[in-house]
Design a protein around this ligand. Structure first.
Ligand SMILES: [Zn+2]
Length: 428
């Protein structure tokens, strides 16, 4: 076994560098939407990683959603080859952050360090994780320049809006070809003692019910689309929600409430357009001829997508045959299949083993209720050996006063460097 003492000493020495790097990343406001400053953060990472011997490539995801001359979707992939052939370990982090929102007591782009916590939008989700992976890679390379294989670090756009201008684009271009990359770690904030194996699927659709416009004083002369939608929602309550609640998954989804199928009704609108807040007029009297909802159905590894779709269309078709004048249209908006890496897969087992060593307790295997970029690495890249592991408290993501704990980041850095040593140093 290689003596890891010099490696562990080196990461201790890099604590201040880790803090400064995290602060620098937070201070580049990469808000998405619209996709601000992607080029700036890629240039920053380019300078940083080039100075540490990485070969870098900046890739713009042309013609993906949101890409324009004003808001180009820039990504960076950096690679450092070792002295000999071996596996490639790839760390993928998204560089975008969600809107700031209200309720902050700290500067959201200040990156201030207070009592061991660095504050800012994206501190936890996931610039702290990106910084941790960079420090881990640099410490490992400086200590063992003759390592086997390669280390890649990518900073990608648009995860918060689906990842099409980021990881999906890179996967289509072959950056996650299993012949080139063997292990992927996504340092999303799943907590320092957990290995996240994957996520549930999602299916988003708009349903519209139709009616016939008439004077509101004589609704019998028209047909009310909102009442038809009421019948749909009633069927969801009596049939769909109870059926979904019975379906449990073997996926270790956290929190517990997400270990079953779920569905959110994102929006509902029927009839007259909503007016601006400063409009002072009264409504006209009409029977609505259209009502729309958007549904957000999250499904399990055990549920085929066709079944998820058929269950909803079955309810709608049932109403069509049983309810007078009922008619509908369903438009699928998007879907994402579940992704689930085996807990015995090399990257999952390696990280879990190192968590046990560093924290002295078994790692918890979890799955995420929502999706993240693993879906593209799995479905487009066809690379299964991928997990999420990174510092930060999941519940702080997207909240006011988001922060990352420096001690948590240091634990993750240690787990990451030990994992690199396990995968990229010769076993003698
Ligand atoms: Zn994230």
């Amino acid at each position: 076994m290689t003596d890891l003492a010099p490696l562990l000493a080196r990461i201790t020495d890099k604590r201040d560098d880790l803090i400064a790097l995290t602060q620098d990343l937070i201070r580049i406001p990469t808000l998405n939407p619209p996709g601000d400053n992607y080029r700036d953060i890629c240039d920053y990472l380019d300078r940083r990683l080039s100075a540490h011997g990485f070969t870098t490539e900046l890739i713009r995801a042309h013609d993906t959603p949101g890409d324009s001359e004003k808001y180009p979707r820039w990504n960076i992939v950096a690679r450092r080859d070792g002295a000999q052939k071996g596996d490639c370990v790839h760390f993928n982090s998204h560089t975008d952050v969600v809107e700031v929102g209200n309720g902050w007591t700290q500067d959201p782009f200040g990156g201030d360090l207070i009592d061991g916590k660095i504050y800012g939008r994206g501190a936890c989700d996931m610039k702290g994780g990106l910084a941790a992976s960079i420090i881990a890679a640099e410490a490992f390379i400086e200590t063992y320049p003759d390592f086997h294989g390669a280390i890649e670090i990518s900073g990608t756009a648009d995860e918060e809006s689906g990842g099409y201008g980021g990881v999906a684009y890179l996967a289509e271009k072959g950056f996650f070809d299993p012949a080139k990359v063997q292990h992927v770690i996504i340092p999303e904030p799943l907590n320092k003692d957990r290995v996240c194996l994957g996520h549930r699927g999602g299916w988003w659709a708009e349903i519209e019910t139709f009616g016939e416009i008439a004077h509101g004083s004589m609704p019998f002369l028209g047909d009310c689309a909102v009442r038809h939608m009421g019948a749909v929602l009633n069927k969801f309550e009596t049939d769909l929600f109870p059926a979904m609640a019975l379906r449990r998954t073997d996926m270790p989804v956290v929190p517990e409430g997400a270990r079953q199928s779920t569905m959110n009704i994102n929006s509902i609108h029927g009839g007259q357009k909503e007016q601006a807040d400063d409009f002072t007029g009264l409504p006209a009297h009409c029977v609505p001829d259209s009502c729309r909802i958007v549904i957000d159905r999250r499904f399990l590894d055990e549920e085929p997508l066709d079944m998820v779709r058929d269950e909803v269309t079955g309810i709608l078709d049932g109403l069509k045959s049983s309810r007078a004048k009922f008619d509908y249209a369903l438009t699928e908006l998007n879907h994402v299949l579940p992704s689930m890496t085996d807990r015995n897969a090399p990257i999952a087992a390696t990280i879990a083993g190192q968590i046990q060593k560093v924290l002295g307790k078994p790692a918890q295997f979890v799955a995420s209720p929502g999706t993240y970029d693993q879906k593209h690495i799995d479905r487009i890249g066809k690379l299964k050996n991928c997990v999420a592991y990174g510092p930060g408290i999941l519940e702080l993501a997207h909240k006011p006063d988001e922060y990352i704990g420096v001690d948590d980041m240091m634990v993750s850095v240690e787990v990451m460097v030990r994992s690199l040593a396990a995968l990229l140093l010769p076993k003698d």
